[in-house]
Design a protein around this ligand. Structure first.
Ligand code: NAD
Ligand code: MG
Length: 395
């Protein structure tokens, strides 16, 4: 019989969080939810507490925690409500928890994700921003703490599945020539540069293949998401940037590929549904039902591939630049992108200004080495300040 896994789900009210709970609910004998966390959606996390009865529920702010606590008491649920980043770190490192789903969006996820790794947990990593901001620091902590790291991002999960089980972090030693990182191309794959100027947040968030949170949806539309994923792949698999080829594959059926020196190309295919990588990581190395429907290859019939267009999607190029500059630059890229996406979603900025603003921020801040998490957080704050200032000057 399989031992029960004890889970903390960071960001349980988000798209990845909800998909995780969907898979967990299909296997109540395998998984026990110890802690759930959310930013501010009290109603949603309350409904999750009613269903999964976790020991802890954490809200970012005290006011939402108070509202949640009241509802929990009234309903007579045995859940302790906590608040603040320290509490997020606490539930990510509880001794009774063995597995942590890191699914907070953006830089806000870094501290609890690192806390989980430091505590030697099995970390299911959806929060790619942690690796973008602090790749080396995070990977060192994973190694030193003997944590297990399993990628949730569908591409990286596909790469993980296409590598040999005995992969030890050295691609050359297992005969890998390169990684083919697939991208759907997002909702504006065929949109001209002049039309891109006028696209709305609603259009940007209407992804053709995936249902996701708003920030990652905009990242997919600018292709910054793929840029962040190149950096993520670099750290996860110790892959040099020139060994990672981005491939536009509009059907999102192949989730990425690994090419070996003998000419073999191994791929992982499936319907675009995040429950597949989530179920894979939750039960690894076993396989469990995820609720994802069987892939109908006859219906798909055709798989297409194109090279990426850096002129229409400059964010991708900016991410490669940040990766090769190293030091604080990936954290600066990430922070400027978060401010730009926020402004675009708030209707304060044109879609085409997003890469421009990120580039301006990267040019304003000088490159510095990063040694500690504090250095990373300082780079993040400075980039946010510079990006906000730039934005103020534009209005
Ligand atoms: P989402 O916006 O749907 O959910 C984000 C979650 O984080 C919510 O639970 C929210 O309450 C919480 N949160 C937001 N800000 C917070 C803060 N400041 N402090 C604490 N908690 C906060 O996002 P998502 O689409 O589920 O994405 C989550 C992460 O997974 C992102 O890093 C994203 O890049 C990655 N990812 C998502 C998908 C997908 O299909 N959605 C695929 C691959 C990777
Ligand atoms: Mg992805």
């Amino acid at each position: 019989m399989t031992a029960t896994r004890h889970l903390t789900i960071l960001g349980s009210t988000g798209s990845i969080g909800e998909n995780t709970l969907d898979v967990v609910a299909r296997h109540s004998n395998r998984f026990h939810v110890v802690a759930l966390t959310a930013n501010e959606n009290v109603d949603k996390i309350f409904a999750q507490c009613q269903r999964f009865c976790p020991q802890y529920a954490v809200m970012l702010h005290a006011a939402s925690a108070e509202r949640l606590d009241k509802k929990i008491r009234t309903a007579g649920i045995d859940t302790q409500v906590l608040a603040g980043v320290e509490s997020l770190e606490r539930v990510a490192s509880l001794p009774e928890v063995d597995t942590v789903m890191a699914a907070i969006v953006g830089a806000a996820g870094i501290r609890p994700t690192i806390a989980a790794a430091r505590a030697g947990k099995k970390v299911l990593l959806a929060n790619k921003e942690t690796l973008v901001m602090a790749g080396r620091i995070f990977m060192d902590i994973v190694k030193q703490s003997c944590a297990t790291l399993l990628p949730i991002d569908s591409e990286h999960n596909a790469i993980y599945q296409s590598l040999p089980r005995y992969f030890n972090g050295d691609l050359a030693s297992v005969g890998v020539r390169r990684i083919l990182l697939t991208a759907s191309g997002g909702p504006f794959r065929r949109t001209t540069l002049s039309e891109l100027e006028y696209v709305t947040p609603e259009q940007a968030c209407a992804h053709p293949n995936w249902v996701m949170g708003r920030k990652i949806s905009v990242d997919s539309a600018t292709m910054m998401n793929k840029g962040l994923e190149v950096i993520e792949a670099h750290w996860l698999f110790d892959a040099a940037p020139d060994k990672i080829q981005v491939v536009i594959h509009p059907q999102s059926v192949i989730h990425s590929m690994v090419e070996y020196i003998d000419g073999s190309v191994l791929a992982q295919l499936g319907n675009p549904d995040m429950r597949t990588p989530i179920a894979h990581a939750l039960s690894y190395p076993e396989r469990i039902e995820s609720g994802v429907k069987s892939l109908n290859i006859f219906e798909i019939a055709q798989l297409n591939f194109e090279a990426p267009d850096f002129a229409r999607f400059p964010c991708l190029k900016l991410a490669y630049d940040a990766l090769s500059a190293g030091g604080n630059m990936p954290a600066v890229l990430n922070a400027a992108n978060e401010i730009a996406v926020e402004s675009f979603l708030a209707g304060q900025m044109a879609f085409t200004t997003i890469p421009f603003m990120i580039e301006q921020t990267m040019q304003t801040i000088s490159r510095q080495e990063i040694a500690t998490l504090d250095d990373v957080l300082a780079a993040d704050s400075m980039a946010r300040e510079v990006a906000r200032e730039w934005l103020t000057c534009q209005v």
